[in-house]
Design a protein around this ligand. Structure first.
Ligand code: BTN
Length: 251
């Protein structure tokens, strides 16, 4: 057991040896379980990444988990929870001695390579949130990555950090509960934004924004109150980007 001191995050954990995708399973049971329920699987046979990509999830290699939450918020406020999750991972790993950065909005970076991805899925009806699934994949022991991602991906072990999965899950639940309660109950975004800004892999950098197959070189300026990225285009125009369907390259 993870022996969690939390109030509701991770109070119920559903554990699998193998499953297609913890996110898909979370969506099957989302309406029936309490907010805070956490699904963890040793391996996934159909792990999903963002933008329709697949996510390698071999047995024992990492943390493949999905958290179901049921906040009473307007659906448009849901994407901010990806930042809450990212900030929680930064804090959790920092508590365990690992300094990571966030590549807005949903990648966690260690030594310039990705160790963690977040996939948030929303179920809403009639402008109301039924539940939100926050899927998190953290590479812990993976040493061999497929060729397509070899240059870009890493794991905690590969970078020399031997940390147990239970400790990370535990720290994540504790940190998430703090930031989540702040956001939902007190509309406190500052704590999350502070962490996202201080540990940003993109603010102050030139990056390529890829949208609908078009690639544009821009400079990242800040993350605003809504959790959107503020960028400066080549012609000097300042724009606000929502997390939706963009991807960022070249950091
Ligand atoms: C990304 O970086 O594209 C997001 C990756 C999210 C992977 C996690 S692993 C647990 C959960 N279940 C899934 O199928 N995907 C997420």
């Amino acid at each position: 057991s993870y022996n969690l001191p939390t109030e509701f995050i991770g109070k119920k954990i559903v554990h699998f040896d193998t499953i297609g995708s913890t996110n898909d399973y979370a969506k099957e049971i989302g309406n029936k379980v309490r907010g805070g329920t956490l699904i963890i699987s040793e391996q996934q046979t159909k792990g999903k990444g963002r933008l329709g990509r697949s996510w390698k999830s071999k047995s024992g290699d990492g943390i493949w988990m999905s958290l179901i939450i049921k906040p009473k918020i307007d659906p448009y406020k849901a994407p901010f929870l990806t930042l809450v999750a990212g900030a929680s991972i930064v804090e959790a790993l920092s508590n365990l001695g690992v300094d990571v950065l966030i590549k807005w909005p949903n990648d966690i970076i260690l030594n310039n390579k990705k160790i963690c991805g977040i996939l948030t899925e929303l179920s809403a009806e009639m402008e109301r949130v039924n539940y939100i699934v926050i899927g998190i994949g953290i590479n812990i022991k993976t040493l061999d990555f497929p060729n397509e991602i070899k240059e870009k991906a890493t794991s905690l072990y590969k970078e020399g950090y031997k940390i147990s999965r239970a400790d990370i899950v535990r720290q994540f639940c504790i940190e998430f509960e703090k930031l989540y309660k702040g956001y939902i109950l007190d509309d406190d975004k500052e704590n999350t934004l502070d962490i996202c800004r201080k540990h940003s892999a993109v603010i102050g950098k030139q990056v390529y924004i890829v949208k609908n197959n078009k690639k544009e070189l821009v400079k990242c300026i800040d993350i605003n109150e809504n959790g959107n990225l503020i960028i400066k285009e080549n012609n000097g125009d300042i724009k606000e980007i929502m997390s939706g369907e963009v991807s960022i390259r070249g950091i």
